[in-house]
Design a binder for this molecule. Structure first.
Ligand code: GAP
Length: 457
């Protein structure tokens, strides 16, 4: 778990990368095109909760798949896991969450607004209404969400929604290494929902109360090579962000100082992105030593150590953790892909376009197929046929009508390729393929599409 209260405030760096997009533009696009909606909007919304629309759900799934592919599927030393959201309450006693997972909060006695104490730069006056000496003394506020199990709502039935997925892995460490026949170094990975009763949710889906984490817990022997394993995972995560095209100048790997790290951690890196409001954390990578397994062994009385057949000795492996927020990463891909630029429409007129330059593996739609006219059955049938054939291998969409509007819509949702079926297509079986970023168009045979997209996507 993170050291409570030690989360760094979102910092405003002096060396600022370029960031033109505003959060208003992102939230408006997200709503207009069906990426992200405020949860329960018809009832006025609920603070800190969001829903993913038809495109957003696919976008987020692609982000998770990209993480899963690199962290689990491409490794022979990482196994998959999926633990329950509600665990035995003693889990959270051992992990320290019950006693220490708080943020400090203060209230303004004048305007009644609530703030996280560590987010305030000046505590002498309220940052919202400006009243001097109006803030209460800071109080601890536990961030875990409580629920109750069974028909009686008494203290015996109290349970918690997990604030991180990692503990499900730690308590199962022995089950996993024995059943999967793994020996350190090896990792256990899972993606799942976590819940935190954040005092001040905000910045769209950056700080929310229900979110998804992708966590890798990598266990290594204490043989002097643990820092190499740490460095290898940091490099791998750097490569991951780079391979999906996140702009390098908006990404930084901040090395935590000994004062910023929990006392038991030997090393820590925060992966940060430059959001429209400044730097914000996407992921934390930490060397946590034996802290987590030790804590569960102490409270449960169960031996979770690894038995090394070669030396016939038990030992507690060291832990390297990489913990990434999937909602924050999805938001990052959305912001990073966003551009407004001048362009020329098919009639030669200068216009402005909004384009999301998603990596093809991340784009919710990869190929859009259009019929130039709505009411021409031959065209519609041909275009639908092409779309249906491409759908087997790619994420596709069929549409029809005004070509300028169709391109504009697909640019806004980040579709890398559009294919247009027109009257000529009926004669010679050729179609126009238009590429999103360059807006270059080429005329090719419809029979060549499968192969072309197979290579390019
Ligand atoms: N097991 C380690 C752990 O949970 P953390 O730094 O507290 O570490 C890891 O969380 C990641 O989870 C963060 O870097 C962030 O991406 C995501 N996360 C944490 N709290 C969040 C919140 N309230 N809303 C969205 N994402 C959050």
């Amino acid at each position: 778990m993170p050291e409570p209260g030690l989360e760094k405030p979102v910092s405003m760096e002096t060396a600022t990368p370029e960031q033109h997009v505003t959060m208003d533009e992102i939230t408006a696009l997200a709503k207009r095109r069906g990426f992200i909606f405020q949860s329960s909007e018809i009832y006025g919304g609920i603070n800190g909760f969001y829903d993913y629309g038809p495109l957003g759900a696919v976008l987020k799934r692609n982000v998770k798949n990209a993480w899963w592919h690199d962290t689990v599927e491409l490794r022979d030393d990482v196994v998959a896991f999926d633990s329950s959201i509600i665990m035995h309450p003693l889990t959270w006693k051992a992990s320290g969450h019950i006693d220490a997972f708080h943020d400090r909060m203060v209230d303004c006695k004048t305007c009644k607004h609530r703030f996280r104490y560590d987010h305030l730069t000046d505590t002498s006056q309220c940052p919202d209404c400006g009243t001097k000496d109006s803030l209460t003394e800071p109080r601890n506020f536990n961030l875990m969400m409580r629920t109750s199990i069974g028909p009686a709502e008494d203290t015996a039935s109290v349970a918690y929604l997990r604030p991180e997925t990692a503990q499900g892995i730690f308590v199962n460490f022995k089950n996993v290494y024995q059943s999967a026949r793994k020996r350190p170094p090896f990792g256990i990975a899972q993606i799942g929902k976590s819940f935190r009763n954040e005092i001040t949710p905000g910045n769209f889906t950056f700080r929310i109360r229900e979110f998804e984490q992708a966590e890798l817990e990598y266990f290594v022997p204490d043989d002097g090579r643990d820092m190499d394993a740490f460095a290898e995972w940091v490099d791998r995560r750097k490569d991951w962000y780079a391979s999906y095209g996140v702009r390098p100048e908006r990404l930084r790997f901040y090395e935590l100082t000994a004062q910023e790290r929990p006392h038991y951690a030997k090393a820590g890196i925060d992966v940060e992105y430059y959001f429209p409001w400044g730097w914000g954390e996407l992921e934390s990578i930490a060397h946590r030593g034996t802290y987590d397994l030790d804590a569960h062994m102490r409270l449960s009385g169960k031996d979770l150590r690894f038995f090394d057949e070669a030396s016939k000795a038990h030992y507690t492996p060291l832990l390297i953790e990489s913990s990434a927020g999937m909602d924050r990463t999805t938001l990052t891909f959305l912001i990073d892909a966003y551009e407004r630029e001048k362009s020329v429409d098919p009639n030669g007129k200068e216009t402005e376009r909004t384009v999301l330059r998603f990596h093809p593996a991340i784009a919710p739609v990869q190929v859009a197929v259009f019929s130039l006219a709505r009411n021409k059955p031959d065209l519609v049938e041909k275009a639908r046929g092409i779309e249906a054939a491409l759908r087997v291998r790619h994420r596709t969409q069929y549409d029809e009508g005004n070509i300028g509007q169709l391109y504009r819509r697909q640019d806004e949702i980040g579709t890398p390729y559009c294919v247009t079926v027109d009257y000529e297509s009926l004669d010679d079986n050729t179609v126009t393929v238009r590429e999103r970023d360059s807006m270059r168009q080429e005329r090719i045979s419809a029979d060549a599409l499968a192969r072309m997209f197979g290579e390019r996507l």
